[in-house]
Design a protein around this ligand. Sequence first.
Ligand code: PEP
Length: 248
Amino acid sequence: MIRTVIAGNWKMNKTVAESVAFATRLRAAYASPPAAEVIIAPPFTALHAVAAVIRGSFIGLSAQNLHEAQKGAFTGEISGGMLREAGCTCVIIGHSERRTHFGEGDARIGLKLQAALTAGLKPIFCIGESLRQREEGRTEALIEHQLKEGLKNLSADDIGRLMIAYEPVWAIGTGRTASPEMAEEVHRFIRGWVAQRCGPEPAAALPLLYGGSVTPDTIAGLLAQPNINGGLIGGASLDVDSFLRMIG
Ligand code: PEP
């Protein structure tokens, strides 16, 4: 059994004070840890302060991006080691907004996955098709391509240390969620691909998250699917009451 993961991607939202207030309320909402694994991904500026609030609690801390180098002349970038020092245990890699707005391709994403693992961070590796690719019937081919290229230089052991988030681009921030059946079909395909690449046991243990306009009203139907082990949630994770409803 894979423990359900509820991860909130705050994107470029919340000041340090707002992030701390959210984390304080989230921590205080549970006398004992919830059944789900809970992760929040605040903006870089708030990581250190949020880490202090959640230290020793059930809440995991994720960054939203990292640079693949350990250090150097990369103005405006941040390394895995720096994120670890700030208190992160996870990092989102390959989010469609990074791919679309910042030109991150599969090869670069592969380097970032390696850098995250080297730094001791658990990557949340995002993949997903555009509306056009889905309409042209190319969803599985695209997913396979992103898996193959992104994971090219990773060992089976490395792949076993990831979480993979299936996020159809057409569903991110649009209010259009994939139906549970539609999402399940792709999740099943991803697990099958990982089983072929790494063997059935690591594939069966790999957390596969769905992302794309998940809300408190739609999450139960998605999590009821056998291959959907959690959610990577943007908009609906910004309000603490909404986030608490999704954790359950
Ligand atoms: C995301 O940021 O990964 C995401 C899925 O956003 P939203 O839930 O707002 O669609």
